[in-house]
Structures are given as structure tokens and as C-alpha cells.
Design a protein around this ligand. Structure first.
Ligand SMILES: C[S@@+](CC[C@H](N)C(=O)[O-])C[C@H]1O[C@@H](n2cnc3c(N)ncnc32)[C@H](O)[C@@H]1O
Length: 324
């Protein structure tokens, strides 16, 4: 059934996941129609207003318990959503639920300053902007002009007014913008990765991008971005790292590298009561990872979710701890 997919990718999936998890993944590979989910844009409306409108049209939805302002469509489909005025007005928008989880794990307060270091096309920036209720500041960085244009377009449509977009290579961002050293309360690092969510078993082109060389390249980019932007984070504040790949070299290995090289970073235990989330993996082929990586989580792809990996860190004040 999975004969078209690169052999090494299948071997990897078989190594990483249990029998039960493989059954879920196989269903995802073969799933023709995935569940659609949408978020209510609280910068423009309220859950109450949207729920009322949908109820009057007999459109059924289901609240997603662990995400704020987030719902599945039930007795209708994506196209019905496009026809709604509230959709055209950007009061609701569609997004995969996995991609929404990392920002919800940040304990964002009203006065916070956030750096979204590889921000385009826009999902996490706009979500953070809504949580901040358009107050304070989000600096959104990306180095790809086409994607920056998308980010610009979308945040305007969604009425996000607290976002400052900067086109720059994330690895060189602090070198050029020294004023941002020790400046941010949160960093969102949703980094470039091998993105297996794009794979569709029926479309050969959808997995032509996949090879192990790309995985190595992504590990290096992720490592370089994370190392270079850490000084931007204030003490006692948080970094969220995420990817939409299953490759341990881009997930557990990156967290392993961070914790081993930066003693000022403490990994925070993430708990998610979600049937498609699982814990980290402790080893992959010859690589054995640190035990504390078990505080991070993986999301399985399913009829409603995509591959995701999430780890959260707190930057602690090193000197103080040494004295105590
Ligand atoms: C996974 S996407 C980010 C998705 C985004 N966080 C969201 O939720 O919509 C990764 C982004 O990293 C950007 N990128 C890749 N290398 C970069 C670099 N060296 N500096 C800045 N951005 C980079 C890509 O252009 C891409 O938009």
C-alpha cells in the first residue's frame, strides 16, 4: 500500500512508532478527506457571535478542548466555510490543529514581547497577535520575500496591528539588530524542516522533495538559527521550538544539542491530553538522546492532525543558581 513512498522513509516510520501508532499513520496515508478545523479570530469577533451565526445556519461544529477558540466542522465541509460572510471577513480561518498547539503552550501575558523567528506564512504570528489582543509587540522575521508578502497580507486582513515584520536571515538577525539582545519574553521557533505533512500517497510529486540530505541540511539550519537567537531571550522567559517533521535528527537531536550546549536552558514538561500525541523517542538507530527530552511531545498524523514535534524551554539565570 505504501509502495510509492521512499523506502528509507518507511523504515524510519517503522522504527519510530509502535504497532498501534503505525495503524493511525497508515490511516492518515490513506485518508482521502481530512477533518477541517478552524480558529475564531478574536481580534475581529467572539466565539459567541460565530456560534450563533453557525447555529442559525444549522452548521454543526465541535469544540476542540485543548485549543482556545478552535473547532472542527461536522456536518459540512470546507467549501461551505468559504461561502460564509464571516470567512470572507477573516473572522474565522482554517488551519491544521497541530500547527496551532505550540503557541498555545506559551504562557503569554498581556505585556509580553514576542519574537517569531521564522514567521511566514503567518499561522503562529497571527495566533500570538490575537492572544496579545493587539497589544505590545511581535517581531516577525523571515528571509523569503514571497512568504513575507503572504504574512503581510494576512496580518492586515486579520487586523493584527502589533506585528513588526523584518525580512532578514534569522541566523544573522541579532548581529544586525543588537537592540533586541535580552529583549523578548518569548521566542517562537517554528523552524524550516522536512515537512512530511506534504506527503500524499496518491501524488508522487508530493514526496519527491524527501531525502536524507534535506534532513541533514535542516538540522544545520535549525541549530544555527537557535544558537544565534538565544541571546534575544530574557532570563526566566520561554522559547518554544517546533517542526512539522517526523525526523529525529531535526527534533530530538536538535533538543539534545540545545540542552547539551546551553546550560541556561531548562526543558519544560509538556502535557497534552490528546489522543494523537505521544512522547519523544529516546533513541533512533545509533543515536541515543538525553532523558530530559521526554518532556517534549510528538503529534501523530491522523484524519485530523499532522506530524508535529514541540519542545518548550525556560531560560534560567545561570549565575544565581550557581551561587545557591
Ligand atoms: C515552517 S515555516 C514557518 C511557519 C510559520 N511559523 C507559520 O506558523 O506560519 C519555516 C519558515 O522559515 C523560513 N526560513 C528558512 N530559512 C530561514 C532563514 N535562514 N532565516 C529566516 N527565515 C528562514 C522559510 O521562509 C519559512 O517561511
Amino acid at each position: 500500500m505504501l509502495k510509492n513512498i521512499p523506502k528509507e522513509l518507511i523504515e524510519r516510520i517503522n522504527t519510530i512508532y509502535s504497532k498501534e501508532e503505525l495503524e493511525i499513520i497508515e490511516k492518515w496515508f490513506n485518508c482521502e478527506k481530512r477533518k477541517t478545523s478552524f480558529r475564531i479570530n478574536t481580534l475581529k469577533t467572539t466565539d459567541k457571535e460565530i456560534l450563533e451565526i453557525l447555529k442559525n445556519k444549522n452548521l454543526e461544529i465541535q469544540k476542540i478542548d485543548f485549543l482556545k477558540n478552535w473547532y472542527f466542522l461536522l456536518n459540512w465541509n470546507e467549501k461551505d466555510l468559504w461561502d460564509l460572510d464571516v470567512f470572507k471577513q477573516w473572522k474565522i480561518y482554517m488551519q491544521s490543529i497541530s500547527s496551532q498547539i505550540p503557541v498555545d503552550f506559551l504562557d503569554i501575558k498581556d505585556f509580553n514581547k514576542i519574537l517569531d523567528i521564522t514567521a511566514s506564512p503567518w499561522w503562529k504570528t497571527s495566533q500570538a497577535s490575537a492572544i496579545l489582543k493587539n497589544t505590545w509587540e511581535i517581531v516577525a522575521v523571515d528571509n523569503n520575500q514571497i512568504r513575507i508578502d503572504k504574512l503581510n497580507f494576512t496580518i492586515k486582513r486579520q487586523s493584527c496591528r502589533n506585528v513588526n515584520i523584518i525580512k532578514w536571515d534569522a541566523r544573522l538577525f541579532l548581529q544586525k539588530n543588537k537592540n533586541f539582545i535580552d529583549y523578548f519574553d518569548h521566542i517562537i521557533a517554528d523552524l524550516p524542516c522536512s515537512a512530511e505533512w506534504k506527503i500524499n500517497i496518491n501524488k508522487e510529486k508530493s514526496f519527491s522533495f524527501w531525502n536524507t540530505w534535506v534532513i541533514k541540511k535542516n538540522y544545520n539550519i535549525q541549530k544555527d538559527i537557535l544558537k544565534s537567537i538565544l541571546p534575544a531571550l530574557k532570563n526566566n522567559w520561554t522559547l518554544i521550538y517546533s517542526t512539522c517533521t517526523l525526523a529525529p535528527e531535526e527534533n530530538e537531536a536538535v533538543v539534545h544539542m540545545l540542552l547539551s550546549n546551553f546550560p541556561e536552558l531548562q526543558i519544560v514538561d509538556l502535557n497534552l491530553d490528546y489522543k494523537y500525541s505521544k512522547k519523544w523517542i529516546s533513541s533512533f538507530w545509533k543515536n541515543v538522546y538525553r532523558k530530559d527530552i521526554n518532556k517534549s511531545i510528538r503529534i501523530l498524523p491522523s484524519e485530523e492532525s499532522e506530524w508535529f514535534f514541540i519542545a518548550k524551554f525556560k531560560k534560567i539565570k545561570k549565575n544565581l543558581i550557581q551561587w545557591i
